[in-house]
Structure formats: C-alpha cells, structure tokens
Write a protein that binds this ligand. Structure first.
Ligand SMILES: Cc1cc2nc3c(=O)[nH]c(=O)nc-3n(C[C@H](O)[C@H](O)[C@H](O)COP(=O)(O)OP(=O)(O)OC[C@H]3O[C@@H](n4cnc5c(N)ncnc54)[C@H](O)[C@@H]3O)c2cc1C
Length: 564
C-alpha cells in the first residue's frame, strides 16, 4: 500500500492493536514478528527506516568477545546464536568475516581481566595472548549452536607476518577467528519491514511520521512531510525509539530516564593499500588507550575505521568531530605503522548513538550492551495503554529482542504466538542458491543483461535481483552519467517499490551511493530527476531534495565540498 493510502486508512480507522514507535532494527523486528502473529500493527518512524542508531553501527554481527570480561555471558551466548541464524536466514546480507586480533604481549591483563570481571577495577589494561586465548575458547563454546564457521586459531609471529606483511613487527602473535558483518544493514531493515507488510494486510509501516503526544487515550502522530497531526488509538505501545526513548516518553507525557547514550563515529577511507593490507579480514584490536577499535575492509575497495564511545545527551547532535577523526586516523598506525593515512583518504563519515541503559559507570566501555524491556502498565502515568520500552541491545540480537518484545505485547493483548521468526528467511535471502554462478547465468540468459551486471545486482539485493533485473530489462535503460555503477531503471525500481520519500533515502539507505566518494551536485541532480520522475516531484521539489541532501551530506557525513 502506498504511504498516502496507509495514512488515509489510519485516519479513517484509528484503532490499532499495537503501535510501534521507531523504525530502527528493534522496532522493525518487532513489527515483523507481530505481523507474522496476525496482529494489526502500525509502525511510525520520524525519519527514514533505519536512519537512527541502526545506521550508525560498526556493521558487525558478533557476540562481542569484549563483553566476556564484563561478565555478560547471556548476551554473548544469545548474540552468537543470532549471528549464526542471520548467516542462514539472510545469507545475502550477513557475511562471514575472518577477524584478526594483533597481540603485543603474552601475559598482560592476566591479573586485570579477572579483577575487571569481579568489578574490582573499571578500566581494562592491555590484553595479552593468554587472556585472549581464554576468551576465544569461551567464544567458540558459546557459538556452538547452529555453528556455520570455523573455530579460532592462534597464528605465530612468522605466520602472521606472512599473512599480513604490513602488520606491526612488534606483535607477538595474531588470534584469528570468525565473526560476521553486514554490508547493507539499512537494507536489512527495509526487507524486514517489507516482509512484515507482506505477511499481514493489517500491518503497516510509515516513515516520516512522528509520535508527538498523547491525549484522551490516543497517541498523536505528525506527518513530517506536511506537518498534519492525527490520532491513533492503540491497545499496546512499543517504544522502540532507540536513543530517543526518553524523548518519546516525554512526548507521551511520562518522563523517564532509561537511556545514557554514547556516540560512536566511523570513517570510510579510500585507501587501496590499507584495504589490501587487511587481506580480506577485519582487524579488531586494542588501541593505545585500551579501547577496542576496528579496521574493516568494506565494499568497493573502501575501508571502514571506528569507533569512539562518548557520552551524549541529544542524539540529533551526533556528528563526527575533528578530535574523533584524529583518533580514528591515528589508530591505524597501531597495526600498520608503515601506512600513511590522512584526511585526504576520508570519503564519508557517520555517527550514531548507542541506546545504552542509563548508568553511573565512569568508563563507557563497561556499560552493559544487553537489552531489556522497561514496562509501564496501562493506567500508570495516566496512559490507558501499556508502554513497552526497548532499552539497549545489539544489532546482532535484534531478532531475539524483537521476539521478546512481541511476546510481551501478545501477552497484554491476550493472544498467543502463531509463528517463530527463528528460521525465517529474509527478503533476498529467500530461495538463496547454493550455486550462485549458475543462478546468475540463468537470470542473465532470461533477461539478456550482461552476467557481470546480474552478478552486481545479486550482490546488492540477493534473490530480489530477479525482480529488479526483470524490471531493468523491461524498458530502455542506461547507466547514470555521474555514477555508471547504477542504471536509471535500477533506481526507478527502488524509488517505486521501496518506500523512498526523500532523495537521501535512496543515496544513503536503499543504495550505498553516497558512502564511497564521487558524490557531486551533478549526481544529486541526476538522481533527483530519476526519483522525481517516479514519485511525481516537480522542479521545485527536486531542487529542495537536492538542497536537503547537500546539507545532510556536508554536515552529517563529512562531505564539506557539497556545502552551499
Ligand atoms: C557507534 C555504534 C556502533 C555499533 N556497532 C554495533 C555492531 O557492530 N554490532 C551490533 O550488533 N550492534 C552495534 N551497535 C548497536 C546497534 O546499532 C543498536 O543497538 C541498534 O541499532 C538499536 O536499534 P534500535 O531500533 O533500538 O534504535 P534506532 O535504530 O535508533 O531506532 C530508533 C528509531 O526511532 C525513531 N524515533 C525516535 N523518536 C521517534 C518518535 N517520537 N516517533 C517516531 N520515530 C521516532 C528514530 O528516528 C530511530 O530511527 C552499534 C551502535 C552504535 C551507535
């Protein structure tokens, strides 16, 4: 159903069993789960889907080996099980990731790690080979359920120097293990949303609609495109506003202090030498200050570097600062001292705020990364419906958290669970071929598109490439003048079928076009023309969208050359 039709339907019939506030991965995961239980559910997202914390992550599907020293065994175990499930359910967007930990001492941290575990010290000291080895034995143990990847291995110095010739010569050894990563987290959210809507005609998700108030047993929503407000009457509200949870509670008239968010920023570097130095795997290591940081070879030969962990009150203010940039550029030399990495290599920056539980801990790395549901029952604080706030959590464990949230809502609706999402394939992960080359060749033959183009579509969209390639082959198509890696009809398909409302939805979240450099005003104008042709934008709207995208990319993503 088109956005305008959903808006009209909601206004005509404002009663809904569940209202989900927030279209990050936890809200959308809960939406999908409830949709599969046959519940009529409405999700509202104040911006685009997956534009909050879910767009700011380090892109890792992991158990978080670091959390073992905080004693968070439940979280690590759950996250590793979920990581393994994602590799099966979403093989197009969850990829195995060889991970290397360079180690600079044998026994450091041997005393401190248990002290930290016992909460007798806060800040970690350097972790040596022995401590890391013990951690990885636990990690392998927790990952045994649905195991799909090899267990860890310690590489001696000579072996490590051979595998990673640029690595710091002072290393003692390298621990190598497998985790997983997501090249397209924003597209995972989109597909979860589409799966939910596809499963249930009474499940609707609206982007650019905010929850702004509560009155007379109803929640007031605002269409962020028109400013118009209207009410819905839910039986249960799920507050999945991530780092904005307390702001959403404030808007509902029930102030809370659940969240103590911390900002984390990342850089995307165009640095082919660094990309090659990683040898196809991530480096996950301890920086000089004891913080765990990462260097991740990304798509298109780019490299992601991150991250920071800085307390912040207002998530809207999250942006990568000069100090953070210096910190992240500097961390590369800890592992690859021979490589020169500078501001000239940065093609994109992004920041997100972790929706961590409020905590008095001085060292932010010690704040629990686990999730919980804060419940305000019907009648509390003057609200006639229960509000379930989804506090904390990892991207990795969203499915389990969503299942718990859906169960809590079902219980309050007096309904039971009909379906499990545990083994539910996602979007373009459905009917995933065991032999990709053959699948691609067959589709290329069917559509007469070049094999290389179909291969690219498969990497971007999994088996959804079938529908996209069919659409592309169904009319005259040409590559974009200003970015030939995409064609006009590919963008037309996305604009017409993927809830695109703003130009930046397409540049930042339906595609990664803006992430890898080469964004010019001419490209923005060209893409606005293609999208506008599908969405009926007149010249003024196209100009407004280009201006908005320039502003956003310049001020939130480090593309200062686009500032107006
Ligand atoms: C720097 C960083 C690195 C991370 N790295 C990893 C990692 O590598 N692996 C991992 O597993 N996890 C990682 N995480 C954690 C993970 O990204 C988050 O825990 C997760 O994305 C939170 O999702 P969410 O849906 O709860 O919140 P969000 O994604 O923030 O979603 C909440 C949404 O609610 C919307 N909203 C707010 N108020 C309203 C309102 N009034 N009305 C309507 N909508 C509203 C917001 O616009 C937002 O889109 C990282 C997080 C950060 C910030």
């Amino acid at each position: 159903m088109a956005r305008q039709d959903v808006l009209s339907a909601v206004k005509a019939k404002p009663e809904v069993s569940v209202l989900v506030i927030g279209g990050g991965v936890n809200g959308i995961g809960t939406f999908r789960d409830l949709a599969h239980q046959g519940v009529d559910v409405l999700l509202v997202e104040k911006g685009d889907f997956s534009s909050g914390a879910s767009a700011g992550s380090s892109h890792m599907l992991h158990g978080g080996i670091r959390y073992l020293e905080n004693g968070e065994f439940r979280l690590v175990s759950e996250a590793l099980t979920e990581r393994n499930l994602m590799l099966r359910n979403a093989p197009h967007y969850a990829k195995p990731l060889p991970t290397a930990i360079p180690i600079f001492s044998w026994f450091s941290g041997f005393l401190n790690a248990p002290l930290k575990f016992l909460r007798l010290i806060e800040k970690p000291s350097e972790r040596g080979a022995a401590v890391i080895k013990i951690g990885l034995i636990f990690y392998d143990w927790f990952a045994r359920k649905h195991r799909v990847m090899p267990t860890h291995k310690m590489m001696g110095k000579q072996e490590a120097l051979a595998a990673y010739p640029g690595i710091h010569p002072d290393i003692k050894c390298v621990a190598r293990y497998y985790d997983a990563w997501m090249p397209y987290p924003e597209r995972i959210c989109l597909e979860l949303m589409q799966d939910g809507e596809g499963a249930n005609p009474s499940a609707h998700a609206l982007n650019y609609v905010s929850a702004v108030g509560a009155e007379d047993g109803a929640v007031t929503l605002r269409d962020e495109l028109t400013g118009e407000t209207f009410n819905v009457k839910p039986k249960v509200v799920i507050n999945a506003a991530g780092p904005w949870i307390d702001f959403a509670m404030q808007a509902l008239g029930k102030p809370t202090g659940f969240i103590g968010g911390t900002k984390g920023s990342h850089l995307i570097l165009d640095h082919p030498e660094l990309f090659r130095a990683c040898n196809g795997g991530e480096f996950f290591f301890e920086n000089h200050d004891g913080r765990i940081v990462l260097i991740l070879p990304y798509l298109d030969n780019k490299v992601m570097v991150g991250t920071t962990d800085i307390r912040i009150n207002d998530p809207e203010e999250a942006v990568c600062t000069d100090d953070e940039t210096d910190y992240m550029l500097g961390l590369v030399s800890r592992v690859f001292p021979g490589l020169k990495v500078g501001r000239e290599h940065i093609v994109f920056t992004f920041s997100g705020v972790r929706p961590l539980p409020a905590s008095g801990k001085g060292y932010t790395g010690n704040v629990s990364r686990d999730h919980s549901i804060a419940v305000s029952e019907a009648g509390e604080g003057g609200l006639p419906f229960p509000v379930l706030s989804l506090v904390g959590g990892k991207w990795t464990s969203f499915r389990a958290f969503s299942e718990q949230a859906a169960d809590a809502a079902l219980q309050r609706l007096g309904r039971g669970r009909k379906a499990s999402t545990e083994h539910m394939a996602l979007g373009g992960g459905r009917d995933y071929p065991s032999e990709v080359a053959g699948w691609v060749k067959t589709l290329a033959d069917e559509t007469s598109l070049p094999v290389s183009q179909v291969q690219t579509l498969f990497e971007r969209y999994g088996t959804q490439a079938r529908a996209i390639a069919g659409f592309m082959a169904d009319g005259d198509d040409v590559p974009l003048v200003n970015n030939p890696a995409y064609t006009r009809r590919e963008l037309m398909y996305l604009a017409g079928t993927e809830a695109v409302v703003r130009l930046d939805d397409l540049l930042l979240r339906r595609t990664l076009m803006a992430w890898f450099g080469g964004v010019t005003v001419a490209l923005l104008e060209e893409v606005a023309g293609v999208v506008g042709g599908v969405l009926g934008w007149d010249a003024a709207r196209q100009s407004a969208e280009v201006a908005r995208a320039r502003d956003l990319l310049a001020h939130k993503h480090g593309l200062g050359q686009l500032s107006q």
